[in-house]
Design a protein around this ligand. Structure first.
Ligand code: THG
Length: 375
């Protein structure tokens, strides 16, 4: 058997402040995300899924790097960069805000935190938003600073996350912190911005550590407090997020996917008066029906290998699109996945032939969200 290749660890790709802690906790696999290493496994996917859905997991998501925009024009520039209304976003609130290029293609889907009326953080998915934001600011002559602050998110996700957070930060604070609300807190000398957010539908919080030298200390505090809540290590979880319908930019999407095709229509403020990059292109794509594709849920009839490259999908021998992700779903007890297909054929029930590296297999388009109707 050919050996599985390994990714070399070196100084060009940045390490998270939680790197040592994740290695000590037994991380076995990393990916490279925003030019940083990010853990993707601790070697026991079943235990990690159970922790996330039944108790609480701690995730190193420092690779969700921050881009700060600060200064008199910060709100205007942030709005220009985001396809969702930012003008009405108040300090202490955050918004999941897709970003487009001038052709209306999705280029990132950050969580945007409004820290103050003239200060925003883009907590980014895997693409170079810092360069893009600097270029747009420079070309527009915007009166802002655009830079990367010393900020590293650490997530706790799962049904016991709120009880854990209450132990750490106090029940009053946690009781009053709504979804996508955030606040500056000092955790016994560790400065964090605490936000109720995270890339799962299990509930949870993200602690944006604002002093990268305190990574080990924050990890230790959280894991000690988490012991009685059943906390253990985990990572952004492909099984749960596909079951729950959360987008993975760059994995589910290709370079020409627009946010409507990606299922983010609810987070795009197309009718807003304020202009944003890609608004006109998106409006005309919508008007002439050229938003021709959509990401659909699929259910496979049997097992599949790991989806390391997109798999061609055909119907009656005609190529129609690609499956971009497939995982075993504990909730559905079958392999489920996501495919980018023409809208015209994307109705639930449509049968698909999928070419995997192990051979042809069959699948059907299922409902969104998964499990809502039995077909
Ligand atoms: N947390 C932070 N930064 C991030 C992510 C995160 N940056 C990259 C990546 N994740 C961005 N992707 C998402 C995708 C979905 C959501 C958050 C980040 C999300 N969606 C909810 C939903 O779709 O139901 C709620 C959206 C809403 O109501 O506005 O939470 O996880 N810091």
């Amino acid at each position: 058997m050919t050996p599985t290749p390994r990714i070399a660890i070196g100084s060009r790709v940045r390490k998270s402040p939680f790197w040592n802690a994740t290695i000590a906790a037994g991380a076995t696999e990393f990916t490279v995300y925003n030019h940083m290493y990010m853990p993707t496994s601790y070697g026991d996917p079943e235990a990690e899924y159970r922790r996330l859905t039944e108790t609480v997991a701690i995730w190193d998501v420092a690779a969700e790097r921050q881009v700060e925009i600060a200064g008199p024009d910060a709100r205007d520039l942030t709005q220009r960069l985001c396809a969702r209304d930012i003008m009405s976003c108040q300090p202490g609130r955050a918004r999941y805000a897709p970003m487009c290029d001038h052709e209306g293609h999705l280029i990132n889907d950050p969580v945007v935190l409004c820290l103050d009326n003239d200060r925003f953080w883009f907590s980014i998915a895997d693409s170079d938003v810092l360069l893009w934001a600097k270029a747009v600011a420079g070309e527009r002559g915007a009166d802002v600073d655009v830079f990367e602050p010393d900020v590293s998110p650490l997530a706790v996700q799962g049904p016991h996350a709120a009880a854990l957070a209450a132990d750490l930060f106090g029940p009053e604070l946690i009781g009053s912190l709504g979804m996508f609300h955030h606040t500056f807190v000092d955790l016994g000398g560790i400065p964090v911005v605490l936000c109720r957010s995270g890339w799962s539908k299990q509930g949870g919080f993200e602690m944006f550590l604002t002093d990268g030298s305190l990574g080990d200390e924050l990890w230790r505090r959280v894991t000690e407090a988490g012991e009685k809540h059943g906390l253990g290590p985990g990572t952004p979880n492909q099984q749960e997020r596909i079951e729950s319908g959360l987008l993975s930019f760059g994995s589910d999407t290709d370079p020409r996917t627009d946010p409507i095709e990606a299922g983010l229509g609810a987070f795009v403020s197309l009718d807003m008066d304020h202009d944003f990059i890609g608004r006109d292109a998106l409006r005309s794509r919508m008007a002439d029906g050229t938003a021709r594709r959509v990401i659909v849920n699929v259910e496979f009839d049997g097992d599949t290998p790991r989806c390391e490259n997109p798999w061609d999908v055909s119907i009656d021998g005609h190529h129609v699109g690609r499956v971009r992700n497939a995982v075993w779903s504990p909730r559905m007890s079958k392999v489920i996945g996501l495919a980018l297909l023409p809208t015209a054929i994307a109705g639930p029930g449509t049968r698909l032939d999928v070419a995997t590296p192990d051979g042809q297999c069959t699948a059907r388009i299922s409902e969104t969200p998964f499990g809502t109707v039995q077909g």
